[in-house]
Design a protein around this ligand. Structure first.
Ligand SMILES: [Zn+2]
Length: 217
């Protein structure tokens, strides 16, 4: 199954991706992870990415597309399918991505849009805490670390992202929706969009998604 995951920050993409990975064995391809990996491995593209990131600029679309191309043509796990997360965020990106994936003969089957409302996203993100060391995610109310400020998994420091505050979340959501609306329409026109109510808890979201998948088989 070849999927694109869309949804504003706090819609639960990460949680859903790890569920689908366990359930269906589909690799989770996050463009954020790919960028970090390239920088860490200090590849030539990674060095280029680093320059953009350090100057506070956006990484150009063609660089991200190139990285996705490298990943998709080198990682044989992708033959089973993929869940692409973090890209596309604009209509131009969606079209470029389609062109690439068609070339690679791995076109997108379905696009899952996790539709979460602002109040729910605010509740989730303001309570979110992240381990600085291993990236484990906690929530002050729903899933607090056993010991305050310390990661259950690795003992690392658990912190709050500075942009997980109400005002910034509102702005991030506005920007996301503005950019993504045409992307959603683009996939809707192709008949590939599946919209899921992501205000519900993660288990309900997972169940309704499995129903969608089963209905399609
Ligand atoms: Zn940790």
């Amino acid at each position: 199954m070849r999927l694109v995951l869309l949804g504003p920050p706090g819609a639960g993409k990460g949680t859903l991706a790890s569920f689908l990975n366990k359930e269906l064995g589909i690799p989770h391809v996050s463009t954020g992870d790919i960028l970090r990996e390239e920088m860490k491995n200090n590849t030539s593209l990674g060095q280029e990415v680093k320059q953009y990131v350090e100057s506070g600029g956006l990484v150009p679309d063609e660089v991200v597309i190139k990285l996705i191309e490298n990943k998709f043509s080198s990682d044989c796990a992708i033959d089973k399918g993929y869940m692409l997360d973090g890209f596309p965020r604009t209509e131009v990106q969606a079209k470029d991505l389609d062109a690439l994936l068609n070339d690679l003969q791995k076109p997108v089957d379905q696009v899952i849009y996790l539709d979460a409302s602002l109040p729910v996203v605010i509740k989730r993100l303001t309570g979110r805490r992240i381990c600085r060391n291993c990236g484990a995610i906690f929530h002050m109310k729903n899933n607090p670390p056993k010991e305050e400020g310390i990661c259950n998994e690795c003992g690392g420091e658990v912190y709050q992202r500075p942009d997980d505050n109400e005002e910034t979340i509102q702005t991030r959501m506005d920007v996301y929706l503005d950019n993504t609306k045409p992307v959603i329409e683009y996939y809707e026109d192709q008949g590939k969009l599946k919209k899921v109510d992501a205000d519900r808890d993660s288990q309900e979201v997972q169940e309704s998604l499995m129903k969608i998948f089963n209905g399609d088989r």
